[in-house]
Design a protein around this ligand. Sequence first.
Ligand code: C5P
Length: 225
Amino acid sequence: QRFSAVIPAAGIGQRMAADSPKQYLPINGKAILSYSVELFLDEPSIAQVVIALHPDDHWFNQLAISKHPKVTTVIGGAERVDSVLAALAQLSDDDWVLVHDAARPCLTPTDLHKLLTLAQKGESAILACPVRDTMKWAGATGLIEHTVDRRALWHAMTPQSFNCGLLRQVLKDAVNANVHVTDEASAMEWAGFAVRLVRGRYDNLKVTHPEDLPLAEFLIARQTR
Ligand code: C5P
């Protein structure tokens, strides 16, 4: 079994309102993307890391990870799914692939290993956490319509782990069918394939809004101590 990682990093991070895309913002002097990628580079069973970049990207080549022999880059697309498909094109059908957000720098090796163990058994899986807050459904008015039963609700995180050939086919089919694909698992569900939820950590956060940055800084400082 050959394992590879795909890191979609072609987004521009509009919600962050920063000068550079969020994956390039520094945390304790190192880019968020570098943390997200190094975790895979440090894992001996991962043979290759394919990173999808924006066509105008001029930050990636300045990172030390860009010189790593296991790292390859591709030009991403308009949507996350296009970026993932561009990266998957570099891998062979038999590979097992873990797709991980560029902006999730706090993933732990323990959680990564949980997915690798399931992959060895051929199981598609994603890291996830049960939602903690009471969930409200609201329309455009901003008024609550109803409360959603949270007992079956999970936050979908990454990595998300699948056979490469299957994921590629399913993503292509979903795009052709105009399915709104916000993560890889949503395409697999749509196509009727089983995907296991693996209980991850709440602090595997995706740096999305400016207030996430100090949190990620704190978590990373604690991990490396
Ligand atoms: O915007 P969001 O946080 O959902 O993006 C998730 C990941 O997908 C980010 O790592 C972002 O860089 C990536 N992405 C991409 N290509 C796009 C849009 C987002 O690689 N066109």
